[in-house]
Write a protein that binds this ligand. Structure first.
Ligand code: OAD
Length: 255
């Protein structure tokens, strides 16, 4: 452990409130493609075509099919060592929130209790007309069937419960995320390029309010240069080692 990350261990062990902001990189080691890396999802598919409401209304079958494809990949994925380390960290510190831009449910599956979903959750879907929850499961049309999935109640189109380009974030989620960011003693960015707003404001807001800011990213993100510490390693390697050190620092006798 370097002296710089020893400072992070000290800060985490002394913190009352620890806040984590995760992005697609947190799930990369679970086999889920990120958005902006060279083999990311947006390299293979055009977001203009698929992730906005106009495109959905234009071609609901295509968009439902793409989301069902992503759901299947996500359902097959399991939390990785980074997700599990964050769950352990939640249990070690007095107050903890995991704010995530991910829609894959993997923090919840790893057992993290306070998860704030900024961009929704791909596992859920709902009717755009009556709002009834629905599923996009086997009922999604096969390629040769142009009929989109519709609501059993009112016949409205079914869409995934994710935030699309041009849409507002769920107001409760972003309000809660802002409040946690302002309260944070330590704010940890994990696996996010930190270029999509308003999520990308959260680390800066935490910094403005006196938080110790750390970035966990094998590459350089928009916050790496502003952070007190940049752990330049994959989350699945950096986080277990970090949290192990925090546990030992909090309770040396148990180590
Ligand atoms: P990006 O794809 O923009 O960034 C992923 C980041 O993860 C990059 O900085 C990588 O260097 C880093 N990374 C890759 N592998 C990693 C690993 N094993 N451990 C840690 N970091 C790793 O994804 P996001 O920042 O999440 O929004 O993108 C933000 C939003 O842009 C997404 O939520 C999505 C997209 O538009 C919506 O869909 C609304």
């Amino acid at each position: 452990m370097t002296s710089v990350s020893a400072k992070l261990v000290d800060a985490l062990a002394a913190a009352e409130t620890v806040v984590v902001l995760t992005g697609a990189g947190a799930s990369a080691e679970s086999g889920i493609a990120t958005f902006r890396d060279p083999d990311g999802l947006w390299e293979q598919f055009s977001p203009e075509e698929l992730a906005n409401v106009e495109a959905f209304l234009d071609n609901p079958t295509l968009v439902q099919g793409w989301y069902r494809y992503r759901q299947v990949a996500i359902e097959e994925a399991a939390p990785n060592a980074g997700h599990r380390a964050l769950t352990r960290l939640e249990q070690l510190v007095p107050r903890f929130a995991c704010i995530t831009q991910n829609v894959d449910n993997l923090h919840q599956e790893a057992g993290t209790e306070r998860v704030i979903e900024l961009h929704g959750n791909i596992i859920r879907s709902y009717c755009i007309d009556c709002g009834e929850p629905h599923t996009l499961d086997a009922s999604v049309a096969a390629d040769d069937d142009p009929e989109p999935v519709r609501c059993d109640e009112c016949g409205g189109l079914i869409r995934p419960d994710v935030v699309w380009f041009g849409e507002r974030l769920p107001p409760d989620a972003i309000a809660s995320a802002n409040a946690w960011a302002r309260d944070a003693d330590v704010f940890l960015c994990v696996g996010t390029s930190a270029v999509v707003f308003p999520a990308a404001d959260l680390p800066l807001e935490a910094l403005d309010h006196g938080a110790y800011l750390a970035d966990v990213n094998p590459d350089t993100s928009a916050v790496s240069g502003k952070a007190q510490v940049h752990l330049q390693a994959p989350a699945g390697e950096a986080l277990p080692a970090l949290v192990e050190a925090v546990a030992a620092r909090i309770n040396p006798e148990a180590a």
